[in-house]
Design a protein around this ligand. Structure first.
Ligand code: PXP
Length: 243
């Protein structure tokens, strides 16, 4: 199991003042040196945090796994193919949303992904990951499409208010992970994960490979520093893995 740090919100902070700092590329280096296995960024259509020049600099600087998260627009596909990340994670993107609000609706996107998106990636060697809620129907369609990886959306689990809600969502995530594994795809997870909910997720949901964490980790680093924060997340992952 590996930790991938999403550094989008280092760019959010930089963009707040239009100065060149803090630099998301420097942040990526600190995360990798602290033990993170890779870096995730989301280049949004509106460029609200990560910008094009960041992407090219990250490509040159990141030594571990690079996960390019994006909406499946022709513009993004072109940039992604130039960058050649190890992993491309396709997500839905709404202009008004504060963050990615749900997984892809596979029934809605299937034909477009089959006819326009996936053929454009053929022969590139880039692994294709789809960000999905733990719905068996979505997972089966992703498999039919030829996805390599499913990133399970953990936002509902992370935001659950009652124990019943949380346990219900954990059970859906567990069944989703089992199905993804059975179908021969890799299970990743992300969204809303933090120091309080990560351990339980890892103990309850099988087959997890890459865990993508951004907002809570970057926020904590304001108080602890990025190096210590990444190490604390890694410690939780190690401890939960041993159980
Ligand atoms: N995975 C995906 C696909 C996402 O869209 C996001 C948010 O950018 C994350 C993981 C990370 O979520 P968070 O910032 O809540 O940790």
């Amino acid at each position: 199991m590996k930790l991938l740090v999403n550094i989008d919100h280092v760019a959010t902070l930089r963009n707040a003042r239009g100065e060149g700092y803090p630099d998301p590329v420097d942040a990526a280096t600190v995360c990798e040196n602290a033990g993170a296995a890779g870096i995730v960024f989301h280049l949004r259509g509106d460029r609200r945090h990560i910008r094009d020049e960041d992407v090219y600099r990250l490509k040159n600087s990141v030594k571990g796994l690079l996960d390019f998260e994006m909406a499946a627009t022709d513009e993004m596909i072109k940039i992604c193919k130039e960058i050649q990340p190890e992993l491309c994670t396709l997500v839905p993107e709404g202009r008004e949303e504060l963050t990615t609000e749900g997984g892809l609706n596979m029934k809605k996107v299937y034909d477009d992904f089959e006819n326009r998106v996936f053929p454009k990636f053929e022969g590139t060697g880039i692994k294709m990951s789809l960000f999905l809620d733990p719905n068996p129907e979505d997972i089966k369609l992703a498999h039919k499409l030829g996805a390599d990886v499913i990133e399970l959306h953990t936002g509902v689990y992370a935001n659950a208010v009652t124990v019943t809600e949380r346990e219900k969502e954990l059970s859906r995530l567990k069944k989703g992970a089992e199905l993804i594994h059975e179908l021969g795809m890799t299970v990743n997870a992300g969204h809303g994960l933090n120091l309080n909910n990560l351990g339980e997720l890892i103990r309850e949901v099988p087959y997890l490979q890459d865990i993508s964490i951004g907002h809570a980790l970057i926020s904590k680093s304001v108080f602890w520093g990025l190096d210590r924060t990444v190490k604390e997340y890694l410690k939780i992952m190690d401890e939960a893995n041993e159980k």
